[in-house]
Write a protein that binds this ligand. Structure first.
Ligand code: NAP
Length: 296
């Protein structure tokens, strides 16, 4: 069940690429304020984004404009350890879902984001060494201390989700997964059916394939662009991104697409795609362009 108290905005703002945008704190505040005006109040982060830099950049914006904090939900993730200048003891990238790592990571996120609580903390990737009791214990500790209000996972299979859920006293509220015409795995491996079954509206990452949909020249991307452009004309969409978001929003698990752009007009256009409805045939034309064959 989705927790009654926790509600994501229909679109989520993604800050994975924030360090690449090369913008000032004032410009970031303008983006956050515009997101709020557009009804996009859920903000997606992870400890590792930008080589552990992005949360601190966002935190500077919150420190400069503290009134923003109560208007947004802060989401972060943990469970990946990267080799960077800031992690001298780490010689290879690896997962770490130990109790100690989860607590330390969440506390570092709070410090970097300059806030006293996260609204939602996710385990970033399934970890073959994940001990579900340890994760549940770390979550309970963070909850009891008032540092994290809700918990979820990312890129988990239904089995991995259920394992962790079985050890927790509170409900996991989300699975954040990849959903894109370029990668339809979660549409066919039971992940989205599991979300639908439990009313866990998934967050959808890289809906636009991380931007690859616009310029990749592999056969799948070429087929998709041609079909998306035809449908964009048919439904009077502003661009093919809007058609992709409409295609994601049509899924019955009711995904919340995460917008990854740092470009204001693209952000605004993405949010307007909520008004576009695809016919079943248009939806399956995109499915067919993705797979390269018709339905069996
Ligand atoms: P995306 O929307 O698939 O890709 C965004 C990229 O596409 C940006 O670089 C953007 O550039 C580019 N783009 C958008 N419109 C374009 C256009 N018309 N022409 C050319 N380029 C265009 O999303 P994403 O950034 O990959 O992922 C979104 C969010 O999902 C991330 O910020 C992160 O919060 C989350 N995420 C989670 C996971 C996970 O494992 N849980 C993994 C990946 C991402 P501009 O900025 O120039 O518009």
């Amino acid at each position: 069940m989705q927790s009654r108290e926790f509600q994501l905005s229909q679109f989520v703002a993604g800050f994975w690429r924030l360090a690449d945008w090369q913008i000032s704190t004032t410009e970031l505040i303008t983006i956050i304020e515009r997101y709020i005006e557009l009804g996009v109040s859920s903000m997606d982060h992870a400890d590792i984004y930008g080589g552990y830099q992005c949360e601190a950049l966002f935190g500077e914006a919150l420190a400069l404009q503290p009134s923003l904090r109560d208007q947004i939900q802060l989401i972060s993730k943990c469970g990946i350890q990267l080799v960077t200048d800031k992690t001298p003891d780490t010689y290879l990238n690896h997962y770490d879902t130990s109790r100690q790592h989860i607590i330390q990571s969440a506390e570092a996120s709070l410090q970097n984001l300059q806030t006293d609580h996260l609204d939602l903390l996710l385990i970033h990737r399934p970890d073959p060494l994940m001990n579900a009791d340890e994760v549940a214990s770390a979550f309970e500790h963070l909850y009891q201390q008032g540092k994290v209000r809700h918990f979820g996972v990312s890129n988990f299979s239904p089995q991995q989700f259920e394992l962790l859920q079985s050890r927790m006293s509170q409900k996991l509220v989300c699975n954040q997964v990849e959903i894109s015409p370029l990668n339809m795995t979660t549409l066919h491996d039971g992940t989205l059916e599991h979300c639908q079954q439990h009313n866990l509206a998934p967050m959808a990452w890289s809906c636009l394939g991380g931007g690859n949909i616009f310029d990749a020249s592999d056969p799948q991307s070429l087929r998709l662009r041609a079909v998306l452009e035809t449908i964009a004309d048919e439904v009077n969409a502003e661009n093919i991104s809007q058609v992709i978001y409409a295609w994601v929003l049509a899924l019955p698990s009711k995904p919340h697409p995460i917008i990854g752009s740092g470009n204001m007009s693209r952000i605004e256009s993405a949010v307007r795609s909520e008004q576009i409805t695809l016919t079943r045939q248009q939806w399956f034309s995109i499915w067919q362009a993705s797979t390269g064959h018709g339905v069996p």
